[in-house]
Ligand binder design. Structure first.
Ligand code: ZN
Ligand code: ZN
Length: 352
């Protein structure tokens, strides 16, 4: 903060707050904020009913509690006046609701605001060994869930039913929160973020499954595409191209490469095969305490890859009205290369 001329950081219940304090909570309508000055000890303004919980989980010891019915904004003003009087440059949580940001702006008139990710993004991008262990465990749960789901019958099941099976399996394996389950069958697969629904899976369908869970706050995110019964020649051909593009992206990932260069590598394989227009999205995204976070594997992201950076490589080809194919693994940059956090097969799987 001092290097960047930032006087004050104000966080709200969010992944940033968890990252810096150890306290995780969903945002709510009560004022709960971390006040972190560029020098000196931080404090937190917290609802009385959370004080014990925060005292237990967070390392911050200066907790200023307010009771329902009190005016928390005056408490907030007092804390800021004390910790960082008249701050000129203030970072606020990207996810802070307007409900709290607007009063905060009034409490510190004249301050220039920016989002916390402009600073914390740089820190959170580089995962340490403990974070990588959690990401690995989450990745393993996703792998095991995939290996199990392909033994289950698909024909005649709805997308929702398959999604429920995926969720139940991840929970059974110890996933603490099932983050999402996308099951997109047949023509629905041509929409990369299809809303899983009641469509019944038929023989010949291509089924895109994209899912993940959390371990210790850290996400997994995997996509595999399977075929019900029998694959057409077109499906086999497109599957091979996506598989090659994904492998090329992983192989190009190493310290020193830029994020956008990885996107270019996967895109080149797909362009070469004449499916450029059918690759509808970027190659990948960082992941950690959030499912999508910096760095982004996309043209324009010139971040240079460093050990610990963890992101998805997930090219796809989407044939409108017919089918989609995507393969996604999470990878971590190591000192001399890359380590995939998903190990389950990339070969085309035929399900019943
Ligand atoms: Zn995914
Ligand atoms: Zn993803």
């Amino acid at each position: 903060m001092q290097t960047n001329g930032i006087d004050l950081l104000v966080l709200f219940p969010s992944p940033n707050l968890y990252y810096l304090t150890g306290f995780m909570e969903n945002p709510g309508e009560r004022v709960l904020m971390l006040i972190l000055p560029a020098s000196g000890e931080p404090c937190m303004v917290v609802p009385q009913m959370y004080k014990t919980h925060i005292g237990h989980d967070a390392w911050v010891s200066d907790l200023r509690a307010w009771k329902d019915g009190d005016d928390p904004v005056s408490l907030l003003k007092q804390a800021i006046d004390e910790k960082a009087p008249n701050p000129k440059k203030v970072l606020v949580d990207d996810q802070m609701w307007s409900l709290f940001f607007l009063p905060l702006q009034q409490v510190i008139p004249g301050a220039k605001f920016d989002v916390a990710s402009s600073l914390l993004g740089q820190l959170r991008m580089r995962k340490d060994a403990a974070e990588i262990d959690l990401l690995k465990s989450a990745g393993k749960m996703a792998d095991q869930t995939f290996e199990w789901i392909i033994t289950q019958p698909f024909e005649g099941s709805t997308e929702n039913e398959i999604a429920n099976l995926l969720s139940a399996k991840m929970t059974e394996l110890g996933g603490e929160e099932v983050a999402f389950t996308i099951v997109a069958s047949g023509p629905n697969g041509a929409m990369p973020h299809h809303n899983t629904g009641s469509r019944k899976i038929e023989r010949g369908d291509v089924i895109v499954m994209d899912f993940g869970c959390r371990v210790g706050g850290y996400y997994s995110d995997i996509t595999r595409t399977v075929i019900c019964g029998e694959a057409s020649e077109e499906v086999k051909k497109v599957y091979e191209i996506v598989k090659q593009a994904q492998a090329a992206g992983v192989n190009a990932s190493k310290p020193g490469a830029t994020c956008e260069s990885i996107d270019q590598v996967t895109r080149a394989v797909i362009d070469e095969a004449d499916y450029a227009k059918e690759f509808l999205h970027r190659t990948g995204h960082g992941l950690g305490l959030e499912l999508h976070e910096p760095p982004y594997i996309v043209t324009g992201d010139k971040t240079i890859l460093e050990p610990g950076m963890t992101f998805s490589v997930e090219p796809g080809i989407y044939i409108d009205q017919k089918f989609g194919i995507r393969i996604e693994d999470i990878v971590t940059i190591t000192n001399d290369g890359v380590m995939p956090l998903n190990q389950c097969t990339h070969e085309m799987q035929i399900v019943k």
